[in-house]
Ligand binder design. Structure first.
Ligand SMILES: [Zn+2]
Length: 323
């Protein structure tokens, strides 16, 4: 990801103020977007040694290629206390070799097991003055509350559609693909890229589209709910797909000029919208938001799926199109 996309975020500005005024001892970057998170960790590490983040000097190059002696990068996923955490903590105690500080980066920190996190805690709380620790996590929930409260938490904001489209077209994807991918990504570049590349994400999108075109009777719901797209690890994305498709169906129904994110699918959208009034679609979109909330509170995926599909059918019949 381009530094320009990192640089303009509030999260970066908060971090960069510390670079200029004095780095703290512990930071936690939190983003669900793996690609964005990796970029933040990378540029934040660079900034600790080259405040202009020039990406060209010898220092920047050695940080980037992993040869800088004062940078330690570890993956929290699969980390073991004896083999990984203890050696890392020993290194924390050593003086920097080349720069005036050492930087320890742990990606996937939320996947570190609790014993590793506990082992890290004391150092994370109060490392030697020459040390800065930077953790990357996809969510806070995997971090122990004690770790969470000891670092400065920074939340990179989701990207705009425009930025995602620019990033993808720069990487060689055509404009239409980039536009659709950006619409489904909800600001998550990693997700947009996976979508643009096709594969599972694309299949899931097509299946959700098909489901919305076909779903007419409550008798069909059970089969969809049992299907792969409402499994625990896929339901969130299915809901996002439903959201964008139904929003576009609404635009089609109302014949507005607003841009469709589902590029070139007007006929399919009309089939999705068939029998719906605008009010009915609005209620369905509301049901999707309710479903997202339920997932946050760990409601079982099948129950959430059932709820949202029944609510959609109900919305369609309750607010049926006249005539
Ligand atoms: Zn540099």
């Amino acid at each position: 990801m381009n530094f320009s996309l990192v640089e303009k975020t509030i999260a970066w500005k908060q971090f960069f103020r510390d670079v200029q005024e004095g780095l703290g001892h512990a930071y936690i970057f939190i983003s669900e977007d793996e690609e964005q998170l990796a970029s933040f960790l990378h540029f934040a590490t660079l900034a600790c040694f080259c405040p202009t983040v020039c990406c060209e000097c010898e220092t920047c190059e050695s940080v980037a290629d992993g040869s800088h002696p004062d940078v330690y990068r570890k993956n929290g996923d699969g980390m073991k206390v004896k083999d990984d955490m203890e050696p890392l903590l020993e290194r924390v105690e050593m003086r920097p070799v080349k720069a005036d500080r050492k930087v320890f980066v742990i990606e996937n920190a939320d996947k570190m097991n609790p014993s590793c996190q506990n082992k890290l805690l004391k150092t994370f709380e109060e490392p030697p003055p020459h040390v800065t620790m930077i953790l990357g996590a996809s969510s806070e929930s995997g971090l122990l509350p004690t770790i969470r409260s000891r670092g400065k938490k920074l939340y990179p904001e989701p990207l705009s559609s425009r930025d995602i489209i620019a990033e993808l077209t720069e990487d060689g994807f055509d404009e239409d693909t980039a536009t659709v991918a950006a619409a489904y990504s909800m600001g998550n570049l990693m997700r947009a890229r996976k979508f643009a590349e096709g594969g599972n994400y694309r299949d899931q999108y097509e299946q959700v589209f098909e489901m919305l075109m076909q779903l007419k009777k409550s008798g069909q719901i059970a089969e969809y709910v049992m299907g792969p797209n409402f499994a625990k690890d896929k339901i969130a994305l299915t809901l996002d797909f439903m959201d964008v498709i139904l929003s576009d169906a609404m635009k089609e129904l109302l014949q507005t000029d607003a841009r469709r994110f589902t590029v070139g699918r007007e006929r399919d959208l009309r089939q999705v919208a068939a029998g719906f009034s605008a009010q009915g679609i609005a209620m369905s979109l509301e049901a999707i938001n309710v479903a997202r909330e339920q997932l946050k509170f760990n409601v079982n995926a099948a129950n959430v799926a059932n709820g949202v599909l029944f609510a959609m059918l109900e919305a369609r019949y309750k607010w049926q199109k006249k005539g």
